[in-house]
Design a protein around this ligand. Structure first.
Ligand SMILES: [Zn+2]
Length: 244
């Protein structure tokens, strides 16, 4: 219900622009990721590893803004048909009815029910091989609709989430199950690339104005660093290939 209300009251101008951009950009950025993979010898030259990357990307599903049907009033009415309330409800009867309703509807329509569309976030879900760009994340862009600016902000976020499909934990999952799909030699090359990123970020540090020293932990931040770097590059490739 909250998701439906949020859609209704969202800034139409901003959402329309960024909704259209995100729908188009996901495919462009997937193409940008493919281009990057073609440039990595240990992926391109290893049949099993390259096939694994390609298949995961081909099967990637996306939810942009909100799941299909959340703006379909007739469908929402059908989903809530069992949840009839009367003036005589007690706290206990409300609790029982709502628990039963939620349990049933979560099983029936898991994705729609559990998605907080108002969240200003974007996520990759490894077991669904799915990226979700929440409506709240589309809404938080500035009103700047210059393509380069959108690719650099929202595009980089989309790229970041797609790359999470190939981070250290996601390469152990195919498109729903734990299944390390890389060839053994591909995994050795992947780990060596990851170590390179870890070593690079281990060198980064910062001293605040009070002299307090901070150091980046390259191991703990590896997944995010890979996603940030490669995601931005994929978004840049997508920008260069976008005729608009
Ligand atoms: Zn991330």
């Amino acid at each position: 219900m909250f998701g439906y209300l949020f859609i209704t009251f969202c800034d139409e101008f901003v959402v329309t622009i960024f909704f259209r951009f995100a729908t188009k950009a996901v495919d462009n950025i997937i193409a940008g990721v493919r281009k990057m993979l073609e440039e990595v010898p240990w992926i391109k030259n290893n049949k099993q590893t390259y096939a694994g990357f390609t298949e995961k990307m081909n099967k990637l599903t996306k939810i942009i803004g909100y799941p299909d049907g959340l703006d379909d009033q007739a469908r929402l009415d059908r989903l809530h048909a069992d949840f009839a309330l009367s003036a005589n409800e007690t706290l206990n009867s409300l609790y029982l009815k709502s628990s039963k309703f939620l349990a049933k509807s979560i099983l029936d329509d898991r994705v729609v029910r559990r998605l907080n569309v108002a969240s200003t976030n974007a996520v990759y879900n490894p077991f669904g091989n799915r990226i979700i760009i929440h409506l709240g994340r589309l809404q938080m862009n500035s009103q700047n609709d210059i393509p380069a600016a959108i690719y650099g902000s929202l595009g980089a976020v989309i790229g970041h989430e797609i790359i999470h499909g190939f981070d250290g934990s996601s390469v152990l999952v195919d498109y729903g199950h734990i299944n390390p799909w890389m060839s053994p030699s591909g995994k050795v090359s992947f780990d060596s690339m990851a170590h390179c990123v870890i070593n690079e970020y281990n060198e980064l540090n910062y001293t605040d104005p009070n002299g307090q020293f901070y150091k980046v932990n390259g191991v703990q931040t590896a997944g995010e660093n890979v996603a940030d770097n490669s995601g931005l590059r994929a978004a840049y490739n997508a920008f260069l290939s976008d005729p608009e």
